[in-house]
Ligand binder design. Structure first.
Ligand code: DAH
Length: 373
């Protein structure tokens, strides 16, 4: 049972006496004045203006006073609390201003000091071109898909319809990863192309699939001006209902124009890849001479070796056998794919003749392509 309203406990309400309230106010003002920084002021605020502060507790006692005494006590406590709030706000402003002054001094920079003369690096052109190539596909609605560089042979070859002893496997001078017991045929290799990501994408993503996969690849090639055992490819795969070779051509032209300039012709010629049927190699009109070097009296062209065309990619319609290997119904879905070398594109785009220049780490090479953050 609660006590009746007029119950009056003289001990508890002693905190509302004028002297007591004045004492609380004095304590609070002293603590606020003594706060030397914002943390101390915060502590003073909690102690003297917080929910559990003496004045807040006193305020809660007002209801226990006889009605006649409440108004006066309320005014007294209210005035004390208002004074504290006001003083807190003023001290807060003072301390903030002090802090800002101090920061200006502490963090001042002497602009006359000699600067750090070590040269800033540049992002590598193979990296930046890889990102630009990827962006072209992303802007066409493709998603980025990645796969491991140490890959299972099944993804790199079998699922891509390379029969076990097919000579096509030899086109790919494979670096195998030795097994735990040193066995040569561990079934694990350094991926020889980015095409295994096609399999990974088809096995894990819902249809339709539109993916672009940039990444490093490895082959046993000996390093020379045009070969490197490590290189980067970018792969593009689309699997949907009703895709035809016209879609493949369209995607390739859009891509070539975005990378090398508008209006460049592309040409497909029959080729062979086990995972596409039919397969083709993609050439584009030379972006430097635009074929002029092939015409009578034309200047020779270093970039296309006066061929007028530059081979840039492999492509084709996804082989239905590959769709089946990935559990995709080839009667309902069809697809196209293409893949190209990123390092090679850097060479072509920039007229670099030696692939070794792209990874010898000489900053003069990167810098020549401009500094990109
Ligand atoms: N993976 C092939 C290579 O490394 C390139 C390639 C050809 C990729 C045809 C494709 C494709 O996606 O459809 O030589």
């Amino acid at each position: 049972m609660s006590a009746p309203n007029n119950a009056y406990d003289p001990v508890e309400v002693a905190v509302l006496a004028p002297d007591e309230v004045q004492q609380m106010l004095d304590d609070a003002l002293r603590a606020i004045a003594a706060a030397a920084d914002l943390d101390q002021l915060k502590a003073a605020r909690i102690a003297h203006a917080g929910d559990r502060s003496p004045l807040a507790l006193a305020n809660a006692e007002i209801g226990a006073l006889p009605p006649a005494a409440r108004a006066e006590a309320g005014r007294r406590v209210g005035a004390a609390r208002a004074a504290i709030r006001q003083t807190l706000a003023e001290r807060q402003a003072e301390l903030e201003a002090e802090r800002d002054q101090r920061v200006l001094i502490d963090e001042a920079v002497d602009v006359t000091l000699p600067w750090d003369r070590s040269l800033a690096g540049a992002r590598h052109p193979v990296t930046t071109l890889g990102e630009r190539l990827t962006d072209v596909f992303v802007s066409m609605g493709y998603e980025v898909a990645e796969g491991p560089e140490v890959e299972a042979e099944w993804y790199n070859f079998d699922a891509l319809n390379f029969p076990p002893d097919h000579p096509a496997r030899e086109m790919y001078d494979t670096i195998f990863v030795a097994g735990r017991h040193g066995e040569q045929h561990s079934g694990v290799l350094l991926r020889t192309h980015t095409s295994p990501v096609q399999i990974r994408a088809l096995l894990t993503r819902p249809l339709p699939v539109y993916v672009v996969s940039p990444g490093k690849c490895y082959r046993t090639d000996t390093l020379d001006a045009t070969h490197s055992p490590v290189f980067q490819q970018i792969e593009c795969l689309a699997v949907d209902e009703g895709l035809t070779m016209a879609d493949l051509r369209g995607a390739i032209s859009a891509f070539v124009e975005a990378m090398f300039g508008p209006g460049l012709q592309t040409r497909l010629r029959p080729d062979f890849f086990p995972f596409t049927e039919p397969s083709a190699d993609v050439s584009m009109e030379c972006h430097v001479c635009r074929g002029a070097s092939t015409r009578r009296g034309g200047e020779p062209c270093r970039v296309c070796r006066s061929q007028g065309w530059i081979e840039i990619a492999g492509c084709g319609m996804v082989n239905p056998r590959m769709l089946v290997a990935c559990g995709v119904d080839p009667d309902r879905y069809s697809g196209f794919a293409f893949g190209l070398g990123i390092d090679r594109s850097v060479l072509i785009r920039n007229g670099v003749t030696d692939i070794r220049d792209t990874f010898e780490g000489d900053v003069r090479f990167s810098r020549a392509f401009g500094m990109e953050a």
